[in-house]
Write a protein that binds this ligand. Sequence first.
Ligand SMILES: NC(=O)C1=CN([C@@H]2O[C@H](COP(=O)(O)OP(=O)(O)OC[C@H]3O[C@@H](n4cnc5c(N)ncnc54)[C@H](OP(=O)(O)O)[C@@H]3O)[C@@H](O)[C@H]2O)C=CC1
Ligand SMILES: CC(C)(CO)C(=O)C(=O)O
Length: 296
Amino acid sequence: MSGLPTIALIGPGAIGTTVAALLHEVDRTPMLCGRTAHPQLVLHHDEGKIIVPGPVLNNPSIVRHPMDLVFVAVKTTQVADSAGWLAALCDENTVICALQNGVEQKTLLEPFVNGATVLPSVVWFPAQRESDTSVRLRAKPRLTLPDVPLAQLVTDALSGTRCTVELSSDFVSLAWRKLLQNAVAGLMVLTNRHAGIFSREDITQLALAYLHECMIVAHAQGAVLQDSVLQEIVNGFQCAPADLGTSILADRKANRPLEWDIRNGVIQRYGHSKGIPTPISDILVPLLAAGSEGPG
Ligand SMILES: NC(=O)C1=CN([C@@H]2O[C@H](COP(=O)(O)OP(=O)(O)OC[C@H]3O[C@@H](n4cnc5c(N)ncnc54)[C@H](OP(=O)(O)O)[C@@H]3O)[C@@H](O)[C@H]2O)C=CC1
Ligand SMILES: CC(C)(CO)C(=O)C(=O)O
């Protein structure tokens, strides 16, 4: 690579708009690759708003050459539909930073990326799309990446932006820590409620029992996490604004497919493969899957 890296972003939704806006603010505007040709992207943050000029491109045939760095922020349920973008933007020299939840980003993306290197990330911050498609950032942006040499490209791209990037030598544990948080957030979908539900004693008990089950699977997958993490996760939801949602609840409310498999199904799947009983998952996962896909 000579000169500044070329950067594209696929999926300018809640997380994608946030990262595109933060890059734009430091004059590193990525190529905006989406599904809908939004005329511009708008991010509202604590101190004001950032407008990224569009339009969002919606046809991969416009791409003339692969990019050095591609941020992928489509839902994991939308990866296959983004195959055209991934094929056009990636080759074996490209680094892909997956801005997606779960612990399976590499497995999900690698079939589509022409030999590019997929770096998973943990996206710690909540962002929500408003009805006018602008995005509201609800915490300070923060990412964790595995501490590998190619992560430097992402760190450099985001240097000087509002987004903190941390590198971890134990990325697996952090990714599972976040997965546990996402798994228990599934209770918001099943109750059709926001974080306020975690102030209920019955939901707290259910959340802790479910997290305990998830933790056994996490340990079996090599995550090093203390038991105190379970209460910390519940405390986090209890301290959050009562109206704070989660991206899977936004999808439920909009009747879109849910990321139930990478957030909840994954724990049941890995549990079953290791002979670990998952009685709570065995109830929650079919309810989330049926809510997502029906029929009916
Ligand atoms: N929102 C959050 O607070 C957090 C989300 N995450 C994770 O980040 C990932 C992204 O979530 P989020 O930003 O909420 O998702 P959104 O639904 O807000 O955004 C998805 C974006 O992808 C676009 N898209 C859909 N299909 C395609 C396609 N075929 N080609 C190109 N673009 C496409 C959508 O376009 P269109 O404009 O047409 O809808 C939309 O802009 C998920 O894995 C989520 O779990 C992680 C942490 C926090
Ligand atoms: C809000 C947050 C950070 C935790 O649930 C998230 O990951 C999501 O909305 O998907």
